[in-house]
Design a protein around this ligand. Structure first.
Ligand code: AQP
Length: 378
């Protein structure tokens, strides 16, 4: 009888605070220098990335790409199979896939250094998902609650509710298994993500450990690399995270927004009527989110969000917003220009990059699948 994949430990998730120093073999205590690092992460093509995606993930991806040792394998995927866990219009999805690829290049990913590919081009992701799902416990999966927010269901909703069972599709319920397969199929050692993904990374480690325990030691439990900008919040509802699919476009700043759009969105961001600036996420979520965004976009401004708020303490909220607008523009101007250049460029450019990426990613994934099939007796 196979041992079920164990429950999540109730202790804190063993994450690594982001530091590219710790990725270098000279500084790493957790990775044997002999094993080259494999960095993997993905983003759903559900719209153009926003400041949350940028600060929580993409900027770290670029930093890792630029600072990882030269023998590291770096893979970044546009995870289109995840996008279809909620209903998508095919024409829109095709466009978003291309826009996401252009966005990844615009923020500074370099196809000469990073393997950039569409998830659906590499069939091994889905094959490993099926294998892992044969061992993943429904109990563990049902404790992962992101499907509730994707379906806009209250936290209290349960799989026992008939209406929940009708709305919830198998793919949405089991997408943490696909996410685990995305990572494990490349034997990733490090996965940079925003804080909202920590729970899923813990699940991926459990999948790897469960498989290795039951069969041969072929899968690699990955380490999480959390960005310092853990959760960027919505501009209009700052108790919710900034999200590509929130119905209000004013809730997010896209990395391709024009100066005018940025200015309008920040000027209409929800704040409060308290005089002066303080950093107090629990009581002043809107103002604190603006400070958080400004601090993480330009860490030379102060040593911490608290220190930045202190420096701005006498500003009116209008003046604070002007300062945030300037900082956002300074950081995003070059990204927007690069994005426009890429989308105007030769139509084949993006296709060539993704073809080359999927070719390399398939080779990497197929090497793992040979070991997995052998271990399973397939
Ligand atoms: N608000 C955020 N703050 C910090 N990090 C964030 N990420 C997403 N939102 C924030 C990080 O971005 C990476 C890619 O995310 P994704 O697109 O694959 O999925 P998501 O987390 O579901 O992002 P969205 O924007 O909310 O998309 P939709 O609306 O389609 O669900 C991840 O590393 C994530 O942590």
């Amino acid at each position: 009888m196979l041992r079920p994949i164990p429950r999540a430990a109730s202790t804190a998730i063993p994450t690594t605070n982001f530091s590219t120093r710790s990725l270098h073999p000279r500084h790493s205590s957790s990775i044997a220098p002999a094993r080259p690092q494999v960095i993997f992460s993905g983003i759903q093509p559900t719209g153009v990335p926003h400041l949350g995606n940028y600060l929580g993930a993409l900027r770290q991806w670029v930093k890792l790409q630029n600072e990882a040792p030269s023998n590291a394998t770096i893979l970044y995927s546009v995870v289109d199979l995840h996008a279809i866990t909620v209903r998508q219009d095919p024409v829109q999805l095709r466009q978003w896939r291309r826009e996401m690829l252009a966005s990844l290049l615009a923020v500074g990913l370099d196809p000469k250094r990073s393997i950039i590919f569409y998830q659906s081009d590499v069939a091994a992701h889905s094959e490993l998902m099926w294998i892992l799902s044969c061992y993943a416990s429904m109990g563990y999966l049902s404790r992962m609650t992101q499907w509730k927010s994707k379906l806009a269901l209250p936290e209290s909703s349960s799989l026992l509710d008939p209406s929940t069972r009708t709305k919830l599709k198998l793919g949405l319920f089991s997408y943490p298994v696909l996410q685990a397969a995305d990572i494990l199929v490349h034997r990733a050692t490090h996965v940079p993500v925003g804080a909202d993904q920590s729970q899923h990374l813990e699940f991926a480690r459990e999948c790897a450990n469960g498989f290795n325990h039951n069969f041969q030691h072929v899968l690699v439990p990955p380490e999480t690399i959390l960005s310092p900008a853990r959760r960027v919040m919505s501009l209009t509802r700052p108790h919710l995270k900034m999200s590509k699919s929130h119905e209000d476009p004013k809730s997010r700043i896209l990395i391709t927004d024009s100066r005018d759009e940025i200015s309008q969105k920040i000027n209409s961001a929800l704040t409060d009527s308290i005089v002066g600036v303080t950093y107090d996420p629990a009581n002043r979520p809107g103002v604190s989110n603006l400070i958080h965004i400004m601090y993480h976009l330009d860490e030379t401004l102060a040593d911490s969000c608290e220190a930045l708020a202190h420096d701005c303490r006498d500003l009116s909220l209008r003046a604070l917003k002007e300062k945030v607008i300037d900082t956002v523009n300074e950081q995003l101007d070059s990204v927007r220009m690069k994005y426009e250049e890429l989308t105007r460029a030769d139509a084949h450019l993006l296709g060539d990059i993704s073809d080359e990426g999927s070719h390399k990613a398939s080779a990497n994934a197929n090497a793992t699948m040979s070991l997995v099939r052998e271990a399973l007796g397939l």
